[in-house]
Unconditional design. Structure first.
Length: 474
Protein backbone atom coordinates (compact mmCIF):
# COMPACT_ATOMS: atom_id res chain seq x y z
CA UNK A 1 0.00 0.00 0.00
CA UNK A 2 1.06 3.60 -0.52
CA UNK A 3 -0.11 6.48 1.63
CA UNK A 4 0.64 10.13 0.76
CA UNK A 5 -0.09 12.83 3.33
CA UNK A 6 0.43 16.54 2.61
CA UNK A 7 0.30 19.27 5.24
CA UNK A 8 1.96 22.67 5.71
CA UNK A 9 5.06 22.28 7.86
CA UNK A 10 3.76 24.73 10.47
CA UNK A 11 0.51 22.80 10.80
CA UNK A 12 2.03 19.31 10.99
CA UNK A 13 1.27 17.39 14.18
CA UNK A 14 2.73 13.89 14.36
CA UNK A 15 0.17 12.69 16.92
CA UNK A 16 -2.70 13.74 14.66
CA UNK A 17 -1.20 11.85 11.72
CA UNK A 18 -0.67 8.75 13.86
CA UNK A 19 -4.27 8.87 15.06
CA UNK A 20 -5.52 9.28 11.50
CA UNK A 21 -3.49 6.38 10.13
CA UNK A 22 -4.45 4.06 12.97
CA UNK A 23 -8.08 4.74 12.14
CA UNK A 24 -7.69 3.42 8.58
CA UNK A 25 -9.25 0.04 7.82
CA UNK A 26 -8.43 -2.11 4.79
CA UNK A 27 -11.36 -2.73 2.45
CA UNK A 28 -12.55 -6.30 2.76
CA UNK A 29 -10.54 -6.84 5.95
CA UNK A 30 -11.91 -4.36 8.49
CA UNK A 31 -10.38 -6.22 11.44
CA UNK A 32 -6.84 -5.54 10.21
CA UNK A 33 -5.35 -2.46 11.78
CA UNK A 34 -2.36 -0.40 10.72
CA UNK A 35 0.25 0.50 13.30
CA UNK A 36 2.70 3.39 13.20
CA UNK A 37 6.16 3.41 14.75
CA UNK A 38 7.99 6.66 15.42
CA UNK A 39 11.52 6.72 14.04
CA UNK A 40 12.79 9.65 16.08
CA UNK A 41 16.14 7.89 16.45
CA UNK A 42 16.71 8.47 12.74
CA UNK A 43 17.43 12.11 13.48
CA UNK A 44 14.14 13.43 12.17
CA UNK A 45 10.47 12.99 12.87
CA UNK A 46 10.06 10.09 10.41
CA UNK A 47 7.27 7.56 10.63
CA UNK A 48 7.09 3.98 9.42
CA UNK A 49 3.73 2.37 8.71
CA UNK A 50 3.52 -1.24 9.91
CA UNK A 51 0.75 -3.56 8.71
CA UNK A 52 -0.97 -5.17 11.67
CA UNK A 53 -3.29 -8.08 12.23
CA UNK A 54 -3.29 -11.20 10.06
CA UNK A 55 -4.53 -9.83 6.76
CA UNK A 56 -3.66 -12.17 3.91
CA UNK A 57 -2.29 -14.82 6.28
CA UNK A 58 -3.72 -18.28 6.85
CA UNK A 59 -3.77 -18.27 10.66
CA UNK A 60 -3.77 -22.08 10.66
CA UNK A 61 -0.05 -21.81 9.77
CA UNK A 62 0.74 -20.16 13.08
CA UNK A 63 2.26 -22.40 15.72
CA UNK A 64 2.31 -20.51 19.00
CA UNK A 65 4.49 -22.20 21.59
CA UNK A 66 6.08 -24.70 19.23
CA UNK A 67 9.82 -25.29 19.03
CA UNK A 68 12.14 -24.00 16.32
CA UNK A 69 15.13 -25.69 14.70
CA UNK A 70 17.18 -23.89 12.05
CA UNK A 71 19.74 -25.98 10.14
CA UNK A 72 22.41 -24.37 7.98
CA UNK A 73 24.49 -26.26 5.40
CA UNK A 74 27.51 -24.24 4.38
CA UNK A 75 28.21 -23.40 1.58
CA UNK A 76 25.41 -25.26 -0.27
CA UNK A 77 24.10 -23.65 -3.45
CA UNK A 78 20.62 -24.44 -4.73
CA UNK A 79 22.21 -25.44 -8.05
CA UNK A 80 23.66 -28.63 -6.50
CA UNK A 81 20.43 -29.89 -4.85
CA UNK A 82 18.26 -32.55 -6.46
CA UNK A 83 14.91 -30.97 -5.61
CA UNK A 84 16.16 -27.67 -7.11
CA UNK A 85 16.86 -29.40 -10.42
CA UNK A 86 20.39 -30.77 -10.08
CA UNK A 87 20.80 -33.92 -12.18
CA UNK A 88 23.00 -35.80 -9.70
CA UNK A 89 21.56 -37.49 -6.62
CA UNK A 90 23.43 -35.42 -4.04
CA UNK A 91 20.60 -34.81 -1.57
CA UNK A 92 18.11 -37.70 -1.22
CA UNK A 93 17.29 -36.92 2.42
CA UNK A 94 16.99 -33.18 1.90
CA UNK A 95 14.74 -33.84 -1.11
CA UNK A 96 12.47 -36.03 1.06
CA UNK A 97 12.29 -33.26 3.65
CA UNK A 98 11.59 -30.68 0.91
CA UNK A 99 8.54 -32.65 -0.23
CA UNK A 100 6.95 -31.99 3.18
CA UNK A 101 7.95 -28.34 3.44
CA UNK A 102 7.24 -24.92 2.03
CA UNK A 103 9.72 -24.95 -0.83
CA UNK A 104 11.07 -21.55 -1.85
CA UNK A 105 12.37 -21.94 -5.39
CA UNK A 106 13.99 -18.50 -5.64
CA UNK A 107 15.60 -17.60 -2.30
CA UNK A 108 18.39 -15.03 -2.34
CA UNK A 109 21.15 -14.68 0.23
CA UNK A 110 22.14 -11.19 1.48
CA UNK A 111 25.82 -11.99 0.87
CA UNK A 112 28.02 -14.70 -0.57
CA UNK A 113 29.94 -15.77 2.53
CA UNK A 114 29.17 -16.90 6.05
CA UNK A 115 29.91 -14.04 8.44
CA UNK A 116 27.66 -11.29 7.05
CA UNK A 117 25.00 -13.79 5.93
CA UNK A 118 24.30 -15.38 9.28
CA UNK A 119 24.37 -12.03 11.04
CA UNK A 120 21.67 -10.98 8.57
CA UNK A 121 19.67 -14.14 9.33
CA UNK A 122 19.61 -13.33 13.02
CA UNK A 123 18.99 -9.57 12.80
CA UNK A 124 16.94 -9.28 9.57
CA UNK A 125 19.30 -6.49 8.55
CA UNK A 126 21.38 -6.27 5.39
CA UNK A 127 25.16 -6.48 5.97
CA UNK A 128 25.84 -2.76 5.55
CA UNK A 129 23.13 -2.08 8.14
CA UNK A 130 24.30 -4.48 10.86
CA UNK A 131 27.91 -3.59 10.04
CA UNK A 132 29.54 -7.00 10.47
CA UNK A 133 30.79 -7.16 6.90
CA UNK A 134 34.29 -8.47 7.64
CA UNK A 135 36.11 -10.22 10.46
CA UNK A 136 37.76 -6.94 11.45
CA UNK A 137 36.02 -3.61 11.81
CA UNK A 138 39.43 -1.89 11.76
CA UNK A 139 42.57 -3.50 10.36
CA UNK A 140 46.01 -1.96 10.02
CA UNK A 141 49.57 -2.58 11.12
CA UNK A 142 48.86 -0.64 14.30
CA UNK A 143 45.31 -1.77 15.03
CA UNK A 144 43.29 -4.96 14.58
CA UNK A 145 39.75 -4.78 15.98
CA UNK A 146 37.44 -7.78 15.70
CA UNK A 147 34.04 -6.88 14.25
CA UNK A 148 31.27 -7.27 16.81
CA UNK A 149 27.52 -6.77 16.44
CA UNK A 150 27.04 -5.05 19.80
CA UNK A 151 29.65 -2.42 18.93
CA UNK A 152 28.76 -1.91 15.27
CA UNK A 153 24.98 -2.06 15.64
CA UNK A 154 24.11 -1.64 19.34
CA UNK A 155 20.38 -1.28 18.69
CA UNK A 156 20.16 -4.56 16.75
CA UNK A 157 17.93 -7.21 18.31
CA UNK A 158 18.62 -10.84 17.46
CA UNK A 159 16.17 -13.65 16.83
CA UNK A 160 17.62 -15.55 19.78
CA UNK A 161 16.97 -12.56 22.07
CA UNK A 162 13.34 -12.28 20.91
CA UNK A 163 12.70 -15.97 21.51
CA UNK A 164 14.54 -15.99 24.84
CA UNK A 165 12.38 -13.06 25.99
CA UNK A 166 9.36 -15.18 25.05
CA UNK A 167 10.34 -18.13 27.20
CA UNK A 168 12.45 -20.21 24.81
CA UNK A 169 15.66 -22.02 25.68
CA UNK A 170 18.07 -20.79 23.01
CA UNK A 171 20.99 -23.02 22.01
CA UNK A 172 23.40 -23.13 19.08
CA UNK A 173 25.94 -25.70 17.89
CA UNK A 174 28.07 -24.29 15.07
CA UNK A 175 31.24 -25.04 13.13
CA UNK A 176 32.91 -21.90 14.43
CA UNK A 177 35.25 -19.94 12.16
CA UNK A 178 33.08 -17.18 10.64
CA UNK A 179 30.39 -18.06 13.20
CA UNK A 180 32.62 -17.65 16.24
CA UNK A 181 30.89 -15.94 19.18
CA UNK A 182 33.42 -13.10 19.20
CA UNK A 183 31.54 -11.51 16.28
CA UNK A 184 28.36 -11.26 18.35
CA UNK A 185 26.54 -14.43 17.29
CA UNK A 186 26.04 -15.54 20.89
CA UNK A 187 23.82 -12.52 21.60
CA UNK A 188 20.52 -13.86 22.98
CA UNK A 189 21.61 -17.51 23.21
CA UNK A 190 21.62 -19.33 26.54
CA UNK A 191 24.31 -21.60 25.11
CA UNK A 192 26.44 -20.95 22.02
CA UNK A 193 28.96 -23.61 21.00
CA UNK A 194 31.70 -23.15 18.42
CA UNK A 195 34.48 -25.38 19.67
CA UNK A 196 35.85 -26.42 16.28
CA UNK A 197 37.13 -24.37 13.35
CA UNK A 198 35.26 -25.32 10.18
CA UNK A 199 33.44 -28.04 12.10
CA UNK A 200 30.75 -30.14 10.47
CA UNK A 201 27.49 -31.94 11.22
CA UNK A 202 29.48 -34.93 12.49
CA UNK A 203 30.09 -32.76 15.57
CA UNK A 204 27.28 -30.20 15.67
CA UNK A 205 24.37 -32.54 14.95
CA UNK A 206 25.67 -35.07 17.47
CA UNK A 207 25.95 -32.32 20.07
CA UNK A 208 22.52 -31.03 19.15
CA UNK A 209 20.94 -34.47 19.52
CA UNK A 210 22.61 -35.00 22.89
CA UNK A 211 21.11 -31.70 24.03
CA UNK A 212 17.68 -32.55 22.63
CA UNK A 213 17.56 -35.94 24.34
CA UNK A 214 17.93 -34.16 27.68
CA UNK A 215 15.83 -31.05 26.94
CA UNK A 216 13.28 -31.85 24.19
CA UNK A 217 10.32 -31.45 26.56
CA UNK A 218 11.20 -27.76 27.04
CA UNK A 219 10.26 -25.01 24.59
CA UNK A 220 13.43 -24.36 22.61
CA UNK A 221 15.15 -22.70 19.66
CA UNK A 222 18.04 -24.79 18.35
CA UNK A 223 20.44 -23.58 15.65
CA UNK A 224 22.73 -26.13 14.01
CA UNK A 225 25.34 -25.21 11.39
CA UNK A 226 28.09 -27.18 9.70
CA UNK A 227 30.83 -26.56 7.12
CA UNK A 228 30.51 -30.09 5.70
CA UNK A 229 30.60 -28.89 2.08
CA UNK A 230 33.31 -26.26 2.58
CA UNK A 231 36.72 -26.48 0.91
CA UNK A 232 38.36 -26.72 4.36
CA UNK A 233 36.26 -29.71 5.41
CA UNK A 234 37.77 -33.23 4.95
CA UNK A 235 36.35 -35.33 2.13
CA UNK A 236 35.02 -38.86 2.76
CA UNK A 237 36.64 -40.42 -0.27
CA UNK A 238 34.33 -43.41 -0.55
CA UNK A 239 31.69 -41.09 -2.06
CA UNK A 240 33.95 -39.49 -4.68
CA UNK A 241 33.58 -42.16 -7.35
CA UNK A 242 29.79 -41.87 -7.19
CA UNK A 243 30.01 -38.31 -8.56
CA UNK A 244 33.25 -38.43 -10.54
CA UNK A 245 32.04 -40.97 -13.07
CA UNK A 246 34.91 -41.92 -15.34
CA UNK A 247 38.34 -42.03 -13.63
CA UNK A 248 40.06 -38.70 -13.14
CA UNK A 249 43.07 -38.11 -15.39
CA UNK A 250 45.22 -35.46 -13.75
CA UNK A 251 47.83 -34.63 -11.09
CA UNK A 252 45.54 -33.42 -8.27
CA UNK A 253 45.07 -35.47 -5.10
CA UNK A 254 41.82 -33.64 -4.21
CA UNK A 255 43.11 -32.58 -0.79
CA UNK A 256 41.88 -29.70 1.33
CA UNK A 257 45.37 -28.17 1.17
CA UNK A 258 45.28 -28.14 -2.64
CA UNK A 259 41.86 -26.53 -2.66
CA UNK A 260 42.90 -23.83 -0.20
CA UNK A 261 46.03 -23.02 -2.22
CA UNK A 262 43.81 -22.69 -5.30
CA UNK A 263 41.40 -20.46 -3.38
CA UNK A 264 44.31 -18.21 -2.28
CA UNK A 265 45.57 -18.00 -5.85
CA UNK A 266 42.08 -17.06 -6.90
CA UNK A 267 42.01 -14.22 -4.36
CA UNK A 268 45.41 -12.91 -5.38
CA UNK A 269 45.00 -13.18 -9.15
CA UNK A 270 41.30 -12.65 -9.71
CA UNK A 271 40.09 -14.74 -12.62
CA UNK A 272 41.93 -18.01 -13.08
CA UNK A 273 41.87 -20.79 -15.68
CA UNK A 274 41.83 -24.53 -15.06
CA UNK A 275 41.58 -27.56 -17.35
CA UNK A 276 38.09 -29.04 -17.66
CA UNK A 277 39.35 -32.21 -15.95
CA UNK A 278 40.29 -30.21 -12.82
CA UNK A 279 36.89 -28.54 -12.71
CA UNK A 280 35.22 -31.94 -13.04
CA UNK A 281 37.21 -33.18 -10.04
CA UNK A 282 36.44 -30.08 -7.95
CA UNK A 283 32.71 -30.41 -8.61
CA UNK A 284 32.79 -34.11 -7.79
CA UNK A 285 34.50 -33.39 -4.47
CA UNK A 286 31.86 -30.76 -3.68
CA UNK A 287 29.03 -33.17 -4.57
CA UNK A 288 30.57 -35.96 -2.49
CA UNK A 289 30.74 -33.63 0.51
CA UNK A 290 27.11 -32.62 -0.04
CA UNK A 291 26.10 -36.29 -0.18
CA UNK A 292 27.79 -37.02 3.15
CA UNK A 293 26.27 -33.92 4.77
CA UNK A 294 22.88 -35.03 3.47
CA UNK A 295 23.40 -38.48 5.01
CA UNK A 296 24.05 -36.87 8.38
CA UNK A 297 20.99 -34.65 7.92
CA UNK A 298 18.90 -37.78 7.29
CA UNK A 299 20.16 -39.41 10.48
CA UNK A 300 19.40 -36.23 12.42
CA UNK A 301 15.83 -35.89 11.15
CA UNK A 302 15.22 -39.59 11.85
CA UNK A 303 16.14 -38.98 15.49
CA UNK A 304 13.85 -35.95 15.57
CA UNK A 305 11.06 -38.30 14.51
CA UNK A 306 12.01 -40.72 17.28
CA UNK A 307 11.79 -37.92 19.85
CA UNK A 308 8.38 -36.84 18.55
CA UNK A 309 9.72 -33.43 17.52
CA UNK A 310 8.36 -33.49 13.97
CA UNK A 311 4.92 -32.97 15.50
CA UNK A 312 5.71 -29.84 17.53
CA UNK A 313 8.72 -28.19 15.88
CA UNK A 314 9.02 -25.73 13.02
CA UNK A 315 12.14 -26.71 11.05
CA UNK A 316 13.98 -24.38 8.67
CA UNK A 317 16.78 -25.53 6.35
CA UNK A 318 18.91 -23.14 4.32
CA UNK A 319 22.47 -22.13 3.47
CA UNK A 320 24.62 -19.03 3.56
CA UNK A 321 25.90 -19.26 -0.01
CA UNK A 322 26.85 -21.56 -2.84
CA UNK A 323 30.25 -22.20 -4.40
CA UNK A 324 31.63 -21.16 -7.78
CA UNK A 325 33.51 -23.51 -10.10
CA UNK A 326 34.65 -21.14 -12.85
CA UNK A 327 31.15 -20.20 -13.98
CA UNK A 328 32.52 -16.65 -13.94
CA UNK A 329 36.23 -17.36 -13.87
CA UNK A 330 36.61 -17.83 -10.11
CA UNK A 331 36.69 -20.54 -7.42
CA UNK A 332 35.06 -20.69 -3.96
CA UNK A 333 32.73 -17.97 -2.65
CA UNK A 334 32.60 -14.47 -1.19
CA UNK A 335 34.22 -12.71 -4.15
CA UNK A 336 31.10 -12.09 -6.27
CA UNK A 337 27.29 -11.94 -6.24
CA UNK A 338 26.42 -14.15 -9.20
CA UNK A 339 23.57 -16.65 -8.94
CA UNK A 340 25.76 -19.68 -8.24
CA UNK A 341 26.69 -17.96 -4.96
CA UNK A 342 23.53 -16.18 -3.77
CA UNK A 343 20.75 -18.54 -4.96
CA UNK A 344 20.33 -20.75 -1.90
CA UNK A 345 17.84 -23.35 -0.66
CA UNK A 346 15.10 -22.30 1.73
CA UNK A 347 12.76 -24.92 3.19
CA UNK A 348 10.32 -24.34 6.04
CA UNK A 349 8.42 -27.28 7.50
CA UNK A 350 5.43 -26.47 9.70
CA UNK A 351 3.88 -29.49 11.44
CA UNK A 352 0.54 -30.42 9.92
CA UNK A 353 0.68 -27.73 7.21
CA UNK A 354 0.22 -28.61 3.56
CA UNK A 355 3.45 -28.24 1.60
CA UNK A 356 3.66 -25.68 -1.19
CA UNK A 357 6.21 -24.76 -3.87
CA UNK A 358 6.67 -21.00 -3.97
CA UNK A 359 8.25 -19.59 -7.16
CA UNK A 360 8.27 -15.93 -6.10
CA UNK A 361 11.54 -14.26 -5.15
CA UNK A 362 12.25 -14.21 -1.39
CA UNK A 363 15.29 -13.37 0.74
CA UNK A 364 16.87 -15.24 3.64
CA UNK A 365 16.87 -11.87 5.43
CA UNK A 366 13.12 -12.64 5.66
CA UNK A 367 13.81 -15.69 7.83
CA UNK A 368 13.66 -13.89 11.19
CA UNK A 369 10.32 -12.08 10.71
CA UNK A 370 8.85 -15.24 9.18
CA UNK A 371 9.62 -17.49 12.15
CA UNK A 372 8.58 -14.77 14.61
CA UNK A 373 5.25 -14.56 12.78
CA UNK A 374 4.90 -18.35 12.55
CA UNK A 375 5.58 -18.87 16.26
CA UNK A 376 3.26 -15.95 17.03
CA UNK A 377 5.68 -14.46 19.54
CA UNK A 378 5.63 -10.87 20.71
CA UNK A 379 8.42 -8.83 19.11
CA UNK A 380 6.89 -5.35 19.28
CA UNK A 381 6.22 -2.84 16.52
CA UNK A 382 9.60 -1.18 16.99
CA UNK A 383 11.46 -4.34 15.96
CA UNK A 384 9.04 -4.95 13.09
CA UNK A 385 9.82 -1.49 11.79
CA UNK A 386 13.57 -1.98 12.16
CA UNK A 387 13.80 -5.32 10.35
CA UNK A 388 14.58 -5.07 6.64
CA UNK A 389 13.05 -8.47 5.94
CA UNK A 390 9.34 -9.28 5.99
CA UNK A 391 7.25 -12.25 7.04
CA UNK A 392 6.71 -14.74 4.22
CA UNK A 393 3.53 -16.15 5.76
CA UNK A 394 1.34 -14.34 3.19
CA UNK A 395 3.20 -16.16 0.40
CA UNK A 396 2.92 -19.41 2.32
CA UNK A 397 -0.82 -18.73 2.56
CA UNK A 398 -1.18 -18.44 -1.21
CA UNK A 399 -1.04 -14.65 -1.48
CA UNK A 400 1.35 -12.81 -3.81
CA UNK A 401 4.27 -10.65 -2.74
CA UNK A 402 6.53 -8.65 -5.05
CA UNK A 403 9.90 -8.55 -3.26
CA UNK A 404 13.30 -7.39 -4.49
CA UNK A 405 16.54 -8.79 -3.08
CA UNK A 406 19.71 -6.92 -2.13
CA UNK A 407 23.05 -8.70 -1.70
CA UNK A 408 26.43 -7.30 -0.64
CA UNK A 409 30.00 -8.51 -0.23
CA UNK A 410 33.11 -6.80 1.11
CA UNK A 411 34.91 -10.15 1.22
CA UNK A 412 38.18 -9.92 3.17
CA UNK A 413 38.44 -6.29 2.04
CA UNK A 414 39.24 -7.56 -1.48
CA UNK A 415 35.87 -7.41 -3.22
CA UNK A 416 33.30 -4.64 -2.82
CA UNK A 417 30.07 -5.42 -4.63
CA UNK A 418 26.34 -4.83 -4.24
CA UNK A 419 23.47 -6.24 -6.25
CA UNK A 420 19.74 -5.90 -6.71
CA UNK A 421 17.62 -8.75 -8.02
CA UNK A 422 14.04 -7.79 -8.88
CA UNK A 423 10.91 -9.87 -8.70
CA UNK A 424 10.43 -9.55 -12.48
CA UNK A 425 13.78 -11.18 -13.27
CA UNK A 426 16.39 -8.40 -13.62
CA UNK A 427 19.74 -8.36 -11.83
CA UNK A 428 22.03 -5.35 -11.37
CA UNK A 429 25.54 -5.60 -9.92
CA UNK A 430 27.88 -2.74 -9.09
CA UNK A 431 31.55 -3.17 -8.12
CA UNK A 432 32.44 -0.23 -5.90
CA UNK A 433 36.19 -0.74 -6.24
CA UNK A 434 36.31 -0.84 -10.06
CA UNK A 435 33.00 1.02 -10.76
CA UNK A 436 32.05 -1.81 -13.11
CA UNK A 437 28.30 -2.17 -13.58
CA UNK A 438 26.45 -5.21 -14.88
CA UNK A 439 22.84 -5.84 -15.86
CA UNK A 440 21.33 -9.23 -16.62
CA UNK A 441 17.91 -10.37 -17.79
CA UNK A 442 17.66 -13.58 -15.77
CA UNK A 443 14.49 -14.64 -17.59
CA UNK A 444 16.50 -14.99 -20.81
CA UNK A 445 20.01 -15.36 -19.37
CA UNK A 446 19.83 -17.26 -16.04
CA UNK A 447 23.59 -17.92 -16.00
CA UNK A 448 24.48 -14.20 -16.29
CA UNK A 449 26.53 -14.45 -19.47
CA UNK A 450 25.34 -11.37 -21.40
CA UNK A 451 25.79 -8.01 -19.69
CA UNK A 452 23.07 -5.88 -21.33
CA UNK A 453 23.78 -2.63 -19.54
CA UNK A 454 24.63 -0.85 -22.81
CA UNK A 455 21.20 -1.79 -24.19
CA UNK A 456 19.32 -0.84 -21.02
CA UNK A 457 21.16 2.14 -19.47
CA UNK A 458 18.01 3.73 -18.07
CA UNK A 459 16.90 0.53 -16.33
CA UNK A 460 20.39 0.07 -14.89
CA UNK A 461 20.37 3.62 -13.56
CA UNK A 462 16.95 3.15 -11.95
CA UNK A 463 17.98 -0.15 -10.38
CA UNK A 464 21.16 1.38 -8.96
CA UNK A 465 19.16 4.20 -7.41
CA UNK A 466 16.71 1.70 -5.96
CA UNK A 467 19.52 -0.48 -4.61
CA UNK A 468 21.07 2.31 -2.58
CA UNK A 469 17.68 3.65 -1.55
CA UNK A 470 16.85 0.26 -0.01
CA UNK A 471 20.18 0.09 1.80
CA UNK A 472 19.78 3.60 3.20
CA UNK A 473 16.14 3.19 4.23
CA UNK A 474 15.40 3.34 7.93
Amino acid sequence: YRFDYFAPANDFREEELVSFIEGIRILGDPARKIGVVSKSDAGSSALKIVPGGDGGVDTSLKRAGQNLIIIAFEPLGANHIGSYGYAKNTTPNLDTFAAEAFFFENAVSPSSWSLPVFMSWFTSLYPSRHGVVNKYSRYSEKEKVIANLAELSPSAITLAKVLKDNGYRTVAFTGGSSLDPEYGFAQGFDEYHAEESFGGFDATMVQGLDWLIKNHKEKFFLFIQGYDVHGKYPLKREHLGRFLGKPYQGPSKATEEEYWALRDRNLESGEITLPAEEIRLLKAVYDAKIYEADRRFGEFTARLHDLGLFENTVIVVSSGSGNEYLEHGRIDHGHSLYEELIHVPLLIRIPGAKNRRIPELVRTVDLMPTVIDTLNVDSGNELKARMQGVSLLPLMSGETMALDAVSETDYLNRSFKKSLKTNDGWKFIVSLDSEKRELYNLNEDPHEIMNVISQQPRLAYEMEQKLFRILKSE
